[in-house]
Write a new protein. Structure first.
Length: 278
């Protein structure tokens, strides 16, 4: 929550309904933080990647891809768990009481591939291959899908009547996506992160090799399944501690009765477990 407040700390933007344009907007924050948010002090890495891919004449996106790779290699999806404003938005919705919460949707495994479809098709291929008359692509994910951008852009609409007059089908479509994800987030934990987020998909690929990861002490594990029952994504942590869908929320670590799930942190020496004598 603190990170989200800091990364969107341009309060004057919310008050006046305009986007911050300072020098820090030329760099990225690691979470899904839309450029169009009035409070955003930096750019979104997915937006930056598409901006580089849609320029006239193909240029390899060294900056955006390098930025993503460095953070992915260091932290994996811990960024999703603690450094993403839209992840926080879904966490807050999950706290709303509801009579019957659900753990998964029918066809869960297929739906979970959606984030890779978004990454490969909407973030990379379509912006590169579908060009306008002057040879320039469009940021397909930001333009047609991203609910974070729709939510952030709403603050601009409140203060700008001229912008409201330009609304059409595209905005209605994106608002439909945002409303659907908002309602689903009340009954299902983080549906956007689970099914659609290309940033989470990219970070998740690095989960098994990132410097921040989980490790199971096999000799201490009793295979009780408590970690899987506690995990909001139903990951069998005892067998797949670094699964692609794991956002490192830490619930399994806290719930493990034997303490066999160890957190390996970048540049931090792991503390040896002290054996308690009865």
């Amino acid at each position: 929550m603190v990170y989200s407040a800091v990364s969107n700390g341009y309060l004057k933007g919310f008050a006046e309904g305009r986007i911050f344009t300072g020098k820090s907007k030329g760099v990225c924050f690691p979470g899904l933080n839309c450029y169009s948010c009035p409070g955003a002090l930096a750019a979104c890495p997915i937006g930056a990647l598409q901006a580089e891919l849609t320029e006239q004449g193909f240029r390899f996106p060294f900056y955006a891809l390098g930025f993503l790779t460095v953070f992915a290699a260091l932290f994996g999806r811990v960024i999703c768990g603690f450094l993403c404003p839209f992840g926080l938005f879904q966490d807050l919705l999950d706290k709303i009481p509801f009579s019957k919460k659900i753990k998964r949707l029918p066809g869960e495994k297929i739906f979970r591939m959606g984030k890779f479809v978004m990454l490969i098709l909407f973030v990379i291929l379509l912006p590169m291959l579908v060009l306008d008359i002057v040879g320039q692509g469009s940021p397909w994910f930001c333009k047609y899908i991203c609910p974070s951008g729709t939510l952030s852009g709403a603050f601009l609409l409140i203060k700008n009547p001229l912008l409201r007059n330009t609304l059409g089908f595209l905005y209605a479509w994106k608002m439909f996506i945002l409303v659907a994800i908002t309602l689903l987030s009340i009954v299902l934990y983080r549906p956007f992160c689970r099914y659609l987020c290309p940033l989470g998909g990219f970070y998740g690929i690095f989960n098994p090799i990132s410097l921040f990861r989980y490790r199971i002490e096999e000799k201490d594990c009793i295979h009780c399944g408590v970690c899987e029952k506690t995990c909001p994504f139903e990951i069998p942590v005892y067998g797949k501690p670094n699964a692609i869908d794991c956002i490192r929320c830490g619930r399994c670590v806290d719930a493990c009765p034997t303490g066999c799930i160890r957190v390996v942190k970048p540049f931090v020496a792991e503390k040896k477990k002290e054996t308690q004598k009865a």
